[in-house]
Design a protein around this ligand. Structure first.
Ligand code: E4P
Length: 214
């Protein structure tokens, strides 16, 4: 399983990229609004840092509007992936983007049927939101497993991005369930790095080393 970072914060993207762990970035309108910066400028900075798929979401609700917005975003760089919502209009836009060679990430996926439809429309990626399902007492991980099974049985090459990741256990479980990618907030990546026994081990090694005659 690969990692994308789920943020529009350029500094976080730079830090995660320097660690060599991320191969792409996902943004959404809420994440972009949180930064309070020009969307196109932020995307230009991101594509200069990460050499991999960078999801940029459209906000139109009709297919024509999505296509107009998506084409402008896609013109920024070949790595830009157009994120479209999982609606009938979003599927129409996905089909047209696919025919024009523009990659898409169908977002706000909450059922296996939605993922299957998105794949058939030509989506490059689908984003099932596991945390938001857990929030309403459903099991997000069952959804990842079902989509992974369906895509495997029917030889669909759309990649599954486990999205709405809230903690490190989500990441391990998504990898076991067959997600191709987990898109993680920076804080989750930081938590995945840490273990108290690693810190304790370093402390002990350094303490022993300092006692030695050199
Ligand atoms: C995915 O692409 C979304 O940007 C994101 O994972 C949503 O996460 P949230 O449910 O924590 O807002």
């Amino acid at each position: 399983m690969k990692f994308f970072i789920d943020t529009a914060n350029v500094e976080e993207i730079r830090l995660a990229n320097d660690m060599g762990v991320i191969s792409g970035v996902t943004t959404n309108p809420s994440l972009v609004a949180k930064e309070g910066r020009d969307f196109f400028q932020v995307l230009k900075e991101i594509v200069a840092i990460v050499d991999g798929p960078i999801s940029a979401e459209v906000v139109s609700l009709d297919a024509n509007g999505m296509i107009e917005e998506g084409e402008k975003l896609a013109a920024i760089h070949p790595n830009i992936v157009i994120k479209v919502p999982m609606t009938a209009e979003g599927l129409k836009a996905t089909k047209i983007f696919a025919s024009r060679g523009i990659k898409t990430n169908v977002t706000l996926v909450f059922t296996a049927n939605q993922a299957l439809l998105a794949a058939r429309a030509g989506a490059t990626f689908v984003s099932p939101f596991i945390g938001r399902l857990d929030d309403i007492s459903e099991n997000g991980m069952h959804l990842i497993r079902d989509i992974a099974d369906i895509f495997r049985i029917h030889a669909l090459d759309t990649e599954i991005i486990a999205a709405s990741v809230r903690h490190p256990v989500h990441v391990t479980e998504a990898a076991l369930a067959g997600a191709h990618i987990a898109t993680c907030p920076f804080g989750v990546i930081e938590k995945m790095i840490k273990h108290p026994l690693t810190d304790q081990g370093i402390e002990r090694f350094l303490a022993d080393w300092s006692k030695m005659d050199k």
